[in-house]
Design a binder for this molecule. Structure first.
Ligand SMILES: *[C@@H]1O[C@H](CO)[C@@H](O)[C@H](O)[C@H]1NC(C)=O
Ligand SMILES: *[C@@H]1O[C@H](CO)[C@@H](O)[C@H](O)[C@H]1NC(C)=O
Ligand SMILES: *[C@@H]1O[C@H](CO)[C@@H](O)[C@H](O)[C@H]1NC(C)=O
Ligand SMILES: *[C@@H]1O[C@H](CO)[C@@H](O)[C@H](O)[C@H]1NC(C)=O
Ligand SMILES: *[C@@H]1O[C@H](CO)[C@@H](O)[C@H](O)[C@H]1NC(C)=O
Ligand SMILES: *[C@@H]1O[C@H](CO)[C@@H](O)[C@H](O)[C@H]1NC(C)=O
Ligand SMILES: *[C@@H]1O[C@H](CO)[C@@H](O)[C@H](O)[C@H]1NC(C)=O
Ligand SMILES: *[C@@H]1O[C@H](CO)[C@@H](O)[C@H](O)[C@H]1NC(C)=O
Ligand SMILES: *[C@@H]1O[C@H](CO)[C@@H](O)[C@H](O)[C@H]1NC(C)=O
Length: 405
C-alpha cells in the first residue's frame, strides 16, 4: 500500500514540475495511476506535448485535466500510447485559433488504432473547445480552406466519451470510422453558433462511417449541419435521447457519391429525438446513378419517437443529392432502400414548405422499402401534405405527387 502510494506520488511529482513540457517519468507504474500534466503559462505555450507524455507514462491510468484550468491545444493531439487510459477532463482543452496551423489537418484530437479509452468529466465542468470562429470566418471568405474535425476516432474499439461539453468545432465535431467498434457517447453537449455573420458551416454533430456498435445516448446539439449523419459503412449505430437545434437533422448519407461506389448503411436505430428549428427531422440523402456517381444500400434503419418544433420537413428522401434535375432524369438513383421505418413523429413543422411536411423522392431506378406510421406532425396552417415520387403503395401515409430533390 505505502509503496504503491509512493509510486503514484512520484508520477504526479514528475509531471508537476514547473516546465512547459515535462519529461515522461522514468518509472513505469503498472497499476492504475493518476497523472496531472502541468498547464502551460498562457495561450502561447502548447500543452499538447505535456498531455501526450502523461498518456505515454500512464497508458492505462487516469490523466487529469483539473477543474478551472485551461490547457492550450496549439498542435494536433493524438491518443497514441493509450491502452485503457482515462482522460478525465474537468477543466478546458482549448484549441488555438491559428488557421494557418490547422488548415489542411485532418483533426484536432485523434484516436487512431486505440483499444480502450475513456474521456469524461467527473464534475460536469469538462470542455473541449475547438475555438472555430476564425476558421468559420476564413472558410466563408475562401471555401477552399480545409478545416479539421474536432474529435476523430479511427480504427479504434471500446471507447467511451461522456459528460462533456464540446464547443465551436471548426468543422465536424465527431467522426467515427476506419472499422471502429464499441464506441459510446453519453450525456454530451455540442454547441457551435457563430458570433459573426458567417454561420458555423459543416459543424456536423456526429459523422458515423465505417463502424459497428456506435451509440449516442443523451445529447444536446446546437449546430449548423447534420446533427447526426450515418455514413457509408455504418452498421449497428444506435442514437437515443437526442435534442437537435438549428441542424439539418438526423440523416443517412450522403451515400453513393463516388464513381463506382456502393455505400451501405444498415441495422441502425434512432429512438427519441427532439428536433427544433431544423431543416428536417430525419431523412436519406442519396446521389443519383452512374456515370458520375455510384449506388447505395440502406437496410433495416428505424427512426422513431421524434418530436418536432418549427422544423421544415418531418422526413425527406433525396435521390438527386448533389446534382441537377436533368442529370437525375437521365441517370436516376439505383439505390436499394429496404426496411426503413419511420414511426411516431409528432409536433409541428415550420412555415417553410407548409403545408408539405414530407418530401419523399425515392430512387426511380432502385427500390423503396419505406414505411411511415403514426405520423401526427402538423403544418402551421391546413392539413399535412406528404409529397411523393416512386414510393410504394404500402407507404403508410396518403401521397401527393411532386416530390423532388
Ligand atoms: C501559426 O501557425 C503557423 C504554422 O504552424 C506558425 O508558423 C505561426 O507561428 C503560428 N502563429 C502563432 C501566432 O502561433
Ligand atoms: C451530464 O453531464 C453534465 C455535464 O456535462 C453533468 O453535470 C451531469 O451530472 C451529467 N449527468 C449524468 C447523469 O451523468
Ligand atoms: C484559399 O485557401 C486555399 C487553401 O488554404 C489557399 O491555397 C488559397 O491561396 C486561398 N485563396 C485565397 C484567395 O486566399
Ligand atoms: C484510419 O485507419 C485506416 C485503417 O487502419 C488507415 O488506413 C487510415 O490512414 C486512418 N486514417 C486516419 C486519419 O488516421
Ligand atoms: C463490443 O461489445 C460487445 C457487447 O456490447 C461485445 O460482445 C464485443 O466483444 C465487444 N467488441 C470488442 C472488440 O470488444
Ligand atoms: C436525455 O439526455 C439529456 C442530456 O444528456 C439528459 O439530461 C436527460 O436526463 C436524458 N433523459 C433520459 C430519459 O435519459
Ligand atoms: C435491425 O437493426 C437493429 C438496430 O441495430 C438490430 O437490433 C436488429 O438486430 C437488426 N435486425 C436484423 C434482422 O438484423
Ligand atoms: C411516441 O414518441 C413520444 C416522444 O418521444 C413518446 O413519449 C411516446 O412514448 C411514443 N409513443 C410510443 C407508442 O412509442
Ligand atoms: C447538370 O449536371 C451535369 C453533370 O454534373 C452537367 O454536365 C450539366 O451541365 C448540368 N446541367 C445544368 C442545366 O446545369
Amino acid at each position: 500500500m505505502i509503496l504503491a502510494a509512493a509510486l503514484i506520488f512520484a508520477v504526479v511529482a514528475v509531471n508537476s514540475a514547473t516546465v512547459a513540457t515535462p519529461q515522461p517519468p522514468t518509472r513505469v507504474v503498472k497499476r492504475a495511476s493518476t497523472c496531472t500534466p502541468v498547464a502551460g503559462q498562457g495561450s502561447s505555450i502548447d500543452d499538447t506535448p505535456a498531455i501526450q507524455s502523461a498518456i505515454a507514462s500512464c497508458p492505462s491510468g487516469t490523466i487529469v485535466i483539473p477543474k478551472s484550468t485551461i490547457y492550450h491545444i496549439n498542435t494536433a493531439f493524438s491518443f497514441t500510447g493509450c491502452s485503457g487510459c482515462t482522460l478525465q477532463i474537468d477543466g478546458t482543452l482549448q484549441a488555438s485559433s491559428n488557421t494557418t496551423y490547422w488548415g489542411g489537418r485532418r483533426s484536432i484530437f485523434l484516436m487512431d488504432g486505440i483499444t480502450g479509452a475513456t474521456v469524461y468529466s467527473t464534475t460536469g465542468t469538462g470542455v473541449i473547445d475547438g475555438n472555430g470562429q476564425a476558421a468559420w470566418d476564413l472558410f466563408a471568405a475562401n471555401s477552399s480552406y480545409k478545416r479539421p474535425t474536432l474529435f476523430y476516432i479511427n480504427n479504434s474499439r471500446n471507447v467511451k466519451v461522456s459528460n462533456l461539453h464540446f464547443k465551436s468545432a471548426p468543422n465536424v465535431f465527431h467522426s467515427v470510422t476506419g472499422g471502429s467498434s464499441n464506441v459510446s457517447y453519453s450525456n454530451i453537449t455540442l454547441y457551435a453558433v457563430s458570433a459573426s455573420a458567417n454561420v458555423a458551416h459543416n459543424t456536423d454533430g456526429w459523422d458515423i462511417g465505417q463502424s459497428t456498435h456506435v451509440t449516442i445516448d443523451g445529447a444536446v446539439v446546437t449546430n449548423d449541419d447534420d446533427c447526426v449523419a450515418l455514413k457509408a459503412g455504418c452498421s449497428y449505430a444506435t442514437v437515443t435521447n437526442i435534442s437537435c437545434t438549428g441542424s439539418h437533422g438526423i440523416s443517412v448519407g450522403s451515400l453513393g457519391g463516388g464513381v463506382g461506389s456502393k455505400d451501405t448503411v444498415e441495422h441502425c436505430l434512432v429512438r427519441g429525438a427532439t428536433m427544433i428549428n431544423s431543416a428536417k427531422a430525419a431523412g436519406l440523402k442519396l446521389y443519383p446513378g452512374p456515370p458520375e456517381h455510384g449506388t447505395a444500400v440502406v437496410s433495416n434503419v428505424t427512426f422513431e419517437n421524434f418530436v418536432l418544433q418549427n422544423t421544415d420537413y418531418a422526413f425527406q428522401v433525396q435521390s438527386c443529392y448533389g446534382e441537377n434535375t436533368s442529370y437525375c432524369e437521365a441517370n436516376p438513383s439505383t439505390a436499394q432502400i429496404a426496411d426503413v421505418i419511420v414511426r411516431n413523429f409528432s409536433g409541428t413543422t415550420s412555415t417553410h414548405y407548409s403545408p408539405n411536411v414530407a418530401n419523399l423522392d425515392c430512387p426511380a431506378a432502385g427500390t423503396c422499402g419505406l414505411t411511415l406510421s403514426d405520423i401526427t406532425v402538423t403544418p402551421p396552417k391546413g392539413s399535412a401534405v406528404f409529397q411523393c415520387a416512386n414510393t410504394p403503395s404500402n407507404l403508410g401515409v396518403p401521397c401527393t405527387d411532386g416530390a423532388s430533390g
